[in-house]
Design a binder for this molecule. Structure first.
Ligand SMILES: Nc1ncnc2c1ncn2[C@@H]1O[C@H](COP(=O)(O)OP(=O)(O)OP(=O)(O)O)[C@@H](O)[C@H]1O
Length: 252
């Protein structure tokens, strides 16, 4: 059964077509990984899903169905967070520099679940621990975090709301391989309750976590399939060249 269904999605930036007639089904409780070279439209697809496109973007055709709801016709404030979590490519730009990490957790957990400060702190500590982070990070402000720490805090912030769908744009790109594996294993365990759409440049990450791999080139899906098919019997020349180029990524 699908949780997300893109039907003929077509999008322009400044009237130039960037996504062309995207048809894609995201199956529930699976990890779908979108791969493709820089500029192929991966982030745009995620941003369109959750209504975070810039003003110069326009969706000219199509639908994005989340369960039965066409997201393009909805006020997405009611979806972000509890129903659909979003892990951004550059987390630091989304944090509030005047709030420490504990306040970020409290604001989010209180808004969505009315949790108290004490309850929020307990939940925050649990999720930070899964990310390999100590409780002391709660007192820090975003500008005090390294890129890798910020990524891990953001993942914890998103997951603590237990969304049924998580959109993740290069969520582990700043992490060293040991931490990356720990977090990927944790995400794999969450599949029982959550569906992931995961964008990455790292073909080894895709191989490790994906159920479905979607290859996107210049705003078009050129190939999709399960990990075995894409890695062992890729059909499209672009998929073959991506696999060749990225084969030197460190194995997970
Ligand atoms: N706000 C914008 N206005 C105009 N063009 C944009 C805007 N954002 C992205 N683009 C263009 O749209 C295309 C797709 O960009 P997008 O960021 O979705 O690609 P991507 O596959 O996610 O790339 P990367 O892997 O580098 O993040 C690129 O040609 C990019 O230059």
């Amino acid at each position: 059964m699908s949780i997300l269904n893109y039907q003929n999605l077509t999008l322009t930036y400044n009237e130039q077509e960037i996504l062309h007639h995207i048809d894609l089904i995201i199956p529930r409780n699976q990890i779908t990984v979108i791969v493709g070279q820089s500029g192929s439209g991966k982030s745009t697809l995620l941003k369109a899903t959750i209504g975070l496109l810039s003003d110069d973007a326009k969706i000219t055709e199509g639908k994005i169905l989340f369960k039965e709801d066409n997201l393009l016709k909805k006020n997405l404030d009611g979806y972000r967070g509890k129903k659909i979590g979003v892990i951004f490519q550059n987390p630091l730009t989304y944090f509030d520099d005047y709030q420490n990490i504990e306040e970020h957790f409290y604001e989010s957990l209180h808004t969505h679940f009315k949790y108290s400060k004490k309850q929020s702190r307990k939940i925050a500590i649990h999720y930070l621990k899964q990310m390999g982070l100590e409780e002391t990070i709660l007192n820090k402000y975003p500008f005090e975090l390294s890129g890798g720490m910020a990524q891990r805090v953001m993942i914890a912030l998103v997951l603590c709301l237990q969304p049924s769908l998580v959109l993740a744009d290069e969520p582990t790109s700043s992490l060293d391989v040991v931490i990356q594996k720990q977090i990927l294993d944790y995400l794999l365990n969450l599949k029982k309750q959550t569906t992931f759409v995961f964008v990455t440049h790292n073909i080894q990450v895709a191989r490790y976590i994906a159920d479905q791999i979607v290859v996107i080139k210049e705003g078009m899906i050129v190939e999709k399939g399960n990990v075995e098919t894409i890695f062992n019997a890729p059909k499209h020349p672009y998929t073959k060249s991506l696999l060749r180029k990225e084969k030197n990524n460190a194995p997970i």
